[in-house]
Write a protein that binds this ligand. Structure first.
Ligand code: SPD
Length: 387
């Protein structure tokens, strides 16, 4: 989709959101739900159509987990992926997505709940809620009070992902654990030739620029936003592209040497590079200045055609062994209490499960107001187009 068209869609969707599109356009499940026609061996109800439609972030599940759910329950999983909250939000606000389970990040979840996009979870259908880490659930409740509409799937940070050899070659004392890697023009300029990418996640990236500037990442001041835009425009000439999933393979293959990426995605790039055996080593750091953290959640749209199957799928993902398999594979911290099946390598990786002193320096990504979002969208378009 072109930037212009995407901006229009987001603008239209946000206009609907903040005009209160929740009312009549979001039909409750009652009028689309198929009658209960079955139950699992343990008695959990299923929908009559043996299908569940899932829309999740790309590179965010162990593929065999999907296959195993299908085998166990005889329910077919139609699995689509996205790599941007804005894309998910546009679809949800348009309605009739046909999805039963979606994975919005916390700040987006919060405003989508306000817009009436989701149905409350039926907690009786989610016995594996008992496995959730209560502290994580409390933290996520800032976006979903009472955890009424969502569960935490994974939680994440963002920071520099880099090819250790190429960075060292160009700058032996590179500040690899600092936002200066991106936002100091004299530093990023050194890596322009080997390729730098940034996430296409305006709200989160702006929050990281605020951290770099020593400003409040929650700031909704237009003056602060202008200061952040100035930083971004100054580094634009050194950024090869702005994209939220392409960098995984590009880092692994040596197509780029530095990416502002999400923790687990960079770790996956590390694994892919190792498996390719071409001698590329990819590393990830949470910047010492502090960073931005986020929750990706699982929720059920109000008009989901198979809400019982949706609950069953969410409950399955909350099983300790399934959550651990996913984290071991995708390298993100899950919302469960650490279980025996979580590998030591993942559990002890400070880039995946940051120690308390690092967590103390993480700022949860804020939920943006409509006014701020409009300004931010304009800033972001100027940044992406370089004009
Ligand atoms: N490949 C999975 C990436 C998940 C990223 N979640 C988005 C967080 C938004 N702040």
């Amino acid at each position: 989709m072109s930037i212009a068209l995407r901006s229009f869609c987001i603008g239209a969707a946000l206009a609907a959101l903040f005009a209160g599109c929740s009312g009549s356009s979001k039909s409750p499940t009652d009028d689309t739900e198929t009658p209960t026609a079955g139950a699992t061996a343990s008695g959990a109800p299923t929908d009559s159509e043996k299908v569940v439609n899932v829309y999740n972030w790309s590179d965010y599940i162990e593929p065999a987990v999907i296959a195993d759910f299908q085998k166990e329950y005889g329910i077919k999983v139609n699995y689509d992926v996205f790599d941007s909250n804005e894309v998910l939000e546009t679809k949800l606000l348009t309605g009739h997505t046909n999805y039963d389970v979606v994975a919005p990040s916390g700040p987006f979840l919060a405003r989508q709940i306000q817009a009436g996009v989701y149905q409350k979870l039926d907690k009786a259908l989610l016995p594996n809620l008992r496995n959730l880490d209560p502290q994580i659930a409390r933290n996520e409740a800032q976006y979903d009070p009472g955890n009424a509409y969502s569960v935490t799937y994974m939680w994440i940070t963002s920071g520099p992902g880099y090819d250790t050899a190429k960075i060292k070659q160009r700058m032996p004392d590179a500040p690899v654990d600092s936002w200066r890697m991106f936002y100091d023009p004299t530093v990023i300029a050194k890596f322009a030739d080997c390729g730098v990418s940034l996430l296409d996640a305006p709200s989160e990236v702006i929050a990281t620029v605020m951290v770099f500037l020593g400003k409040d990442p929650n700031s909704d001041s237009p003056t602060d936003l202008q200061a952040a835009e100035k930083v971004l425009m100054a580094i634009r000439p050194y950024v090869r592209y702005v994209h939220s999933s392409r960098y995984i393979d590009d880092l692994a293959n040596g197509e780029i040497c530095l990416a502002l990426g999400w923790s687990g995605d960079v770790k996956q790039a590390h694994d892919r590079a190792r498996d390719a055996g071409k001698g590329i080593d990819v590393a990830y750091n949470i910047p010492r200045e502090g960073g931005v953290s986020n929750f990706d959640t699982l929720a059920i749209p109000a008009d989901a055609p198979h809400p019982k199957n949706g609950h069953l799928f969410i409950d399955y993902l909350l099983r300790p062994e399934v959550a651990a398999r996913n984290s071991n594979f995708i390298k993100y911290a899950n919302g469960d209490l650490p279980s025996a099946q979580l590998s030591d390598a993942v559990k002890n990786d400070p880039g995946i499960y940051p120690p308390p002193q690092v967590q103390a320096k993480l700022h949860p990504e804020p939920t943006r107001s409509p006014e701020y979002t409009r300004l931010l969208t304009r800033t972001w378009t100027r940044f992406k187009t370089g004009k």
